[in-house]
Ligand binder design. Sequence first.
Ligand code: AMP
Length: 428
Amino acid sequence: MKILVIGSGGREHALVWKLAQSPHVTELWCAPGNAGIAEERLRNGRKVVCVDFAADDLPSLLGCAQINKTDLTVVGPDNPLALGIVDLFQANGLKIWGVNQKAAQFESSKVFSQKFMEKYGIPTASAGTFSEAGPAKAFCATLGGKCVVKADGLALGKGVLICNNQAEAEKAVDEIMVTKAFGAAGTRVVIQEFLEGIEVSLHALCDGKTAKIFPTSQDHKRALDGDLGLNTGGMGTYSPTPFLTDAQLAEVAKKILDPFMRGCVAEGIDYRGILYPGVMLTKNGPKILEFNARFGDPETQVYLTRLENDLVELLDASASGTLAKHELKWKSEASVCVIMASGGYPGNYPKGKPILGLAEATKLPHTKVFHAGTALKDGQIVTNGGRVLGVTALGKDLRAAQAAAYAAVETIQFEGAHFRRDIAAKAL
Ligand code: AMP
């Protein structure tokens, strides 16, 4: 099969790396890819080819798939999904994996998701949705000001403001709805009660009828150790988490996935792709904070290092509606991914810093360095983004995986590199 992967981050490197292991793949392109993706090879010895089209340049991506006669396109990021890349490719008779535009609304509109959860009895925070600032602020007051104000639309992961009191809540509403800090994404807001508990990431692969749950994982969103500092795209992950047993996970999956799939059928939403709910384990049971409609980053890095199945077969089954025939198989080993970021991230950061020690890290057993923001410049791999590398290792348990991941991190240097030293520590 000829496959095109869309995206350029650590998630896409993990997808490419896993797809490249499949005997089904004869050629693989990635648009636009990164320096690590360009080094991957298929089982037949061919190199993965990076093509310089942006992930949201839908006409060029369609042209690329048509010219190369690809058999399957795999979409990594949320933006092209929300723009309708799946609908466009299907209308042109091309097979593509990912959710269509209607299904992408679960991520692209928090108002849509919140209303869906309430309609179909999916456990979530008590919440209100508003298109005017006055009533929004009055609702915050009913929650004592301790609430979470969320811009409806996609806001590069920044449109969620956590408030401790009414003054902060009113400021948040003004920022989103009046000053329009997140542009049109802030035309409407969802305001949720603030939930306390342990946050975990769930993933399920769906084919329109069937949903297959993955093991648990946990992300580390804050920039600094001890969950301090600014929110980021994710500074590290591990899988599995000890906070849910397999039996509890199965129960949570039932409470979420059964009504979710039923609701999709009732609403005429053909959900084929990944459903990735953010879940708070509260003392009153699990509650959904939000839905994402694609693989998490860096969750993908720990999931795909643990996955035993052929990923081409699974994604093909998800796109074709034949997932019921497949059983997901996972390595018993734990996986830990530590993100190495550019100095200054998630604020401003420099680019073009040479990365040293990658060859040494690659020689370490059970370790894979996934590239996120990297580029090749004059034969040298350099930094090219906020999150630079996802250093990922397997181990017989979380402690061993954590030690192996950090041993690999120690071999890698670039100017200003920063990473958390406590990834997976909560679980140990
Ligand atoms: P979201 O993009 O909606 O998942 O929100 C981003 C982050 O904000 C989540 O990962 C949580 O850490 C936090 N968050 C969102 N909603 C709530 C809530 N209702 N209560 C507590 N924390 C929340």
